[in-house]
Design a protein. Sequence first.
Lengths: 470, 563
Amino acid sequence: MTPTLIKTLGAGVLACGVTALASSGPLSAQTVTTEPAGAQAFSPENAILNTAIPFSVGAREAQQALRGSFGWATFQEGLVQGSYFRFDPDGYARFSPSPRLDTDVFEVICRPRTYVCMARKGPMTLTLSSTGQVQLKLEQSTTQDQFFLNDGFAELQIPARIIGTLDQQLETLLGSGGTLVTRRNGNVLEEVPLTGFPVVTAYLRWLVARQDYAVLPTNWPVPRTGGPNPDALTQPVNWNGAGRAVAVPVAVDPAQIPADSDAALPAEQAIQDVNSAANMPLAGTNPAAPSDATLAALQAEVAVLRDMLIAQTGAGGTQMPAAFGTASPLNSAPRTHWTRDPSLQSDLLSLEQELGAMTDPQDPMPADAPPAMPEDFGEEARHLHYLTVSMGLDAKTALMILQLRASDESLIETSDPPTAVDLLSGLTPALPLPSDMAVQHAAQLESSRSGSASGDDYQPLTDYFRSLAN
Amino acid sequence: MGKQGHEERRTTVGFATALFLGAATTVALTAWTVGSAARALFLAQEEEIIPVIAGSDLDRLPALMRGNRLADTTSRVRGQEPRLKPPRMCEMKADYYESLDRGDDQVAGYTRRNGYVRPFKTRRGFLDEREMRAAQVAWHYFDKFTQPETGLANSVGNYPSTTLWDTASYIAATVAAYELCLIEKTEFDRRVLQLLTTIKGLELFRKEMPNKVYHTKTGEKVDYTNKPGEIGFSALDIGRFLVWMRILKNRYPYLGNTIDSTLLKWDYSNVVDSEGVMHGAFVDSDTGETVYAQEGRLGYEEYAAKGFALWGFRPVLAHRAEPFLTASIFGVQIPYDGRDPRIFHSQNYVVTESYLQDGLELGFDMPYDDSSPEWLHSDGWRAEFADRIYQVQENRWRRTGFMTARSEHNVKGPPYFTYDTIFSDGYPWNTVTPRGDYVPDHAAVAAKAAIGLWALWDTPYTDALFDAIIELYDPENGMYEGLYERGQGRVEIFTANNNGIILTSLLHKVQGPILTAYTGETEVWYTAFRDQDIREIRNLPDPPLEKDWLPALRHSIQTEADY
């Protein structure tokens, strides 16, 4: 790496830190207005997304039938996890279970020329915090109200802290569907269907992460190729999910970069490079073997970055923008803080070690072989390894499954995902138990599962016909 | 006995021979007489043949000379009084409207020549105080958003971009401002000449036709991001622009040479084909090559086709209503384009605007009609369809209470533009974005549609529309785009198209249909390049004769409500 490049990277990190600090205000404040500023807000410079990069498998870029030039010429449309969607280059998007996008619509609006976006459906608004967590607001509701999740059969009370920043479990819970019901003094105040909730939160994160697939949920149908630079998006043959994937440097169309961000462009690029490097697959987890030259370059970059970060620690340092420290909903929250804290340094060091291991010519593991299992792993660890690596689940979910397996074998046998009751029990021990109906339903289900039929319960068909003949 | 018998036989033979000779002689004499008479008659007829005079209608002129011929119009062919430009409002006599033929005693319906007499009357008269204020405010939009460098006006507020469609709206506004005495001739000439000079200098899309979008400050052709580049051309936009070029030229003949030289720069070889179909052009994103595709759907297509026909082109197919279907909405059979969007990848929006423009600017008349009275619409089915478009909106108001004047309109913020339709995609009252989202919250009473309906349909319903819209303005920026149907207030955006159509509507009240007869003789448009092959290369037309006129057609009339 040349000194010039080092300087550029350093300046980039600094500039991005400044940018992040400047933008962290609006991000954390979440004072997104429903209408963009300015009398006529349209401007080509408002483009923050490249509609040629598919949000999910099957999505496609299309042309708009414009009468003039006031509006976007292209948009992207597709279907993912039951939600039809369309979005424009400025981030404006609509999600709906109907292909006409006319019912139960989640609408996403972004502040012009920023990645500060807000999703809204009826009285509910969703934004992302600076750490990439979802923040939920309900127009008239306060924490004094009672909140319930209605799945059509039963109603589960959920903690009032859903008004505010959602932790992973609450987000998972709300993403499971149903209707969010707000009650005040026993009366229904608001009802919001949660259809499309996980898709919209994924979109918000993807958008903030500059269309980086690494932030999408584990089971997201990420396209293998597509976009303006298919080579950059190409994944290994058996790469099948973002949970095990790496951040791929997405080719950014210069035309899509806001005009007023020219100064920050090198810095952003540098951060993207760093992001890519930091997220390079670890030994044993990436089936594709990078070339020696690539690894050497990455090692060099990591070393330089480590030195720079250490140097900046003493000089006041900077903070990386939240937009680059992106989080997937379930397992990437720890990566959202790009700070100069020691954990990052240790991460970088460990990354170096991993990279060193990858370049070790003595490493007998073929590039596309499944990751090796350490010998000292116990049965639980092996199971965990199986769930995360072979099944593609994220660590939290895998752990949850293991815990559930330990507590209730029958639930594991059914291979069902954790139910809302399970999640709630872990979340709010102080909360009242779920409604009687749900308990009864669960009890019935349990009894029906546990009840096994004996041989006496059956009658051979021949016996049956014989009895009829007699 | 034998001898006597022999003599009798000889006598009989002699008689027969004599009879035959006599008959033959008689036939020969008769033939000679008739032939001589016929010859004499024929020779006499030849004397009476009208000699073919060079340059006359009977002279099959070579291309080199056809430009000198005058275009056939109804006033020339039928010897009717041409429709001349009315005086400016401030020059009108106080009793000007008292002598107008309003066709009060006419029976509504189709005429023998497929003209149509509407059961509705247009509004005519001087502008009152409220109307005049609206005109001033609407003109203020152009006063504020015209770029001094180029003379082009922004399509939408501060956004420095425009299309030929919106430039036509600017020309409409300028004509209205002059005729309503908001500006004087000095200002009018300055604006129009600067604009025409700029348009003449515009870099064309691949040296063919004007690009779809231009930057208003620089006059550069741009892409959809308003950056230097090119998109293609729009036959609809060009068609509307041609309507206003013809209006300018006919009303102000001193601008004729400038207008002609501007239009003569363009290459019309692909925009209207030999079947009379209009084609737009765009760039294939993969190959970079120009792709020509049929453009226009029922409503806009016929309006734009008339623009081309006013300049001698023959867009026969584009001007026909077919293929169209109807949808029954509130008892009215609403015509919509029958081309399936799933196959043709082009939506069939039914909105008010194109019918308004036809009525306001062209009086629902055929392009060759420069003499019919205002109450008779020679393009009959267009007027009859327009009545349906009006009626269904009034019916909706009466049945549901929703005040309705639907058109495409811009909105503030995403999605920036909506097709607020009477019918589209199989749904009535469908408000959709260009990308197809259903956005009922953006349904609005479009200001231009409301004032346009008010001008062309003098009814209590349009009185209500007028009251809802006429004070909907910002004195600094112009008339607002409209009033949201669901109570979100005004559509807070200002556009050239909206303000231009409002001014046109107000001008129509004062002067009637905007297009007037051409009073000149030959036109440079038809005589230029006659000694070169440029006319052939660019598909420049000859002056249309009566045989070239687009056919005036009729379609079945709905006589009773259909539910």
